[in-house]
Ligand binder design. Structure first.
Ligand code: FES
Length: 156
């Protein structure tokens, strides 16, 4: 049997192997090019920043409490400064509301005192205090991704 043996379709073994090797080279080259084209696009999922502006300090006179529903946070201003407490219940994520003694969750009845400490209910953790900073233009910025120690206030 020689390399020039013709198959039933009329293609010799040498021609078939030659075409197969050319096809393999083309396929591997295309795969390499496709891989190189993906290099500039990293496999990283960018999350939206959880920082948001809440306005100038003048918008928060001493003694005020503002609930920012869309941001799920309470902003408190007292003589010590301004602080932000998350309104997201630590049990299953319902939105708490304020009471004269602190916060209450409408879903399963968790209760938190005025500093967000759990005093009743199934909530496993205290409400989160969130970082407040000031941007270059003087606007206050809350970072919902950055918890701070309870009692931490932004001094105005
Ligand atoms: S979600 Fe608040 S107590 Fe269950």
């Amino acid at each position: 049997m020689s390399d020039q043996t013709q198959g039933k379709a009329g293609v010799s073994r040498r021609d078939f192997l030659g075409l197969a090797s050319v096809g393999a080279v083309i396929l591997s080259s295309l795969t390499a090019v496709a891989g190189m084209l993906r290099i500039p696009k990293p496999n990283v999922l960018y999350e939206e920043s959880q920082k948001f502006k809440i306005g100038k300090p003048d918008n928060f006179p001493v003694g005020t409490v503002k609930k920012l529903d869309d941001k799920k946070v309470f902003i408190f201003a007292d003589s010590d400064g301004i602080h932000a407490i998350s309104s997201i219940c630590t049990h299953l994520g319902c939105i708490v509301y304020t009471t004269e003694w602190g916060f209450q969750c409408p879903c399963h009845g968790s209760k938190y005192n005025r500093t967000g400490k759990v005093i009743a209910g199934p909530a496993p953790r205290n409400l989160a205090w969130l970082d407040i900073s000031q941007s270059m233009d003087g606007t206050l910025v809350v970072d919902a991704a950055k918890e701070v120690k309870p009692g931490t206030t932004f001094k105005v």
